[in-house]
Design a protein around this ligand. Structure first.
Ligand code: NAP
Length: 248
């Protein structure tokens, strides 16, 4: 990867769709060279072509994949920990351990693997920024959601811990906690069941990925002494994880 020495580099994980893709486009518009990672490389290559960025295969649940991804980055100014998601919606009594493992491996250990590997480069940049996409599920528990809410709480605590551990180092930390955003999130959660996924957004005006990307763009363009610690963003039609105003 050849990048001129004065070009700032942003890394976005899980950038093959949804919030990650929109964030990659926003940060590229701001002048960053954006390195995008995910498992679906065909999609990444198209996006990288659009934004003049770099597409690299990345599976955040795999140590070797994370090592290979992070080793080739010449510098890192911004890291957006976005790769993640949910599987299933089941009461604790019926918890599927494979679903829980997927959610903890992707959201929690995935964020840990990538962040730990890139921290030295973020510090070396002299003005690093880590944005982690958690969720309103990181702020409250909801029925049938313990696999996801517990993973998002853990991911958020990992991120918030760094705010203290990195005090005195030139790295800022921002947690963005969205409510309902219409992406592939629900399709993944319900194993491709489109009818069930569509019901999540029925009768509300959900956020779209670009709404969250706008916020990340705002965060990344603040002066280096300004740390925005946490932003919670929900559709107007959503009061809490489980409370919506629906017109249908
Ligand atoms: P999405 O459209 O399903 O995007 C998820 C992204 O994560 C995809 O690019 C996917 O790419 C990537 N990903 C999944 N597993 C991965 C792995 N093992 N390694 C690397 N990349 C992986 O959903 P989204 O809504 O944009 O989700 C982005 C983040 O926002 C997630 O952390 C999610 O928990 C959070 N969030 C979403 C909502 C919502 O309502 N949509 C609300 C709050 C928070 P590949 O499949 O190509 O690997």
């Amino acid at each position: 990867m050849i990048i001129s020495p004065d070009t700032r580099v942003a890394v976005v994980t899980g950038a093959s769709s949804g919030i990650g893709e929109a964030t990659a486009r926003t940060l590229a518009d701001q002048g960053f060279h954006v390195v995008i990672g995910a498992r679906r490389v065909d999609r990444l290559e198209k996006i990288a072509g659009d934004i003049g960025g770099t597409a690299l295969e990345l599976d955040v649940t795999d140590d070797d994949s994370v090592d290979a991804f992070t080793a080739v980055l010449p510098r890192v100014d911004v890291l957006v920990n976005n790769a993640g998601g949910a599987k299933g919606l089941a009461p604790v009594l019926d918890a599927d351990l494979d679903d829980w493992r997927w959610m903890w491996e992707t959201n929690v250990l995935g964020t840990l693997r990538v962040t730990r590997a890139l921290l030295p480069k973020l510090v070396d940049s002299g003005n690093g920024l880590i944005v982690t996409i958690t969720s309103v599920a990181a702020l409250e528990a909801y029925d049938n959601g313990a696999g996801y809410t517990s993973a998002k709480h853990a991911q958020a605590v990992l991120h918030r811990t760094l705010r203290g551990e990195l005090l005195g180092k030139p790295v800022r930390l921002t947690e963005v906690a969205p409510g309902a955003v219409e992406t592939e999130f629900s399709l993944v959660r319900f194993e491709g069941d489109k009818e069930r996924a569509d019901k999540v957004y029925e009768g509300i005006t959900p956020l779209v990925a670009a709404d969250v990307a706008d916020i990340i763009g705002f965060v990344a363009s603040r002066p280096s002494h300004v740390n925005i610690d946490q932003i919670v963003v929900k559709p107007r039609d959503q009061a809490s994880s489980g409370r919506f105003h629906r017109t249908t």
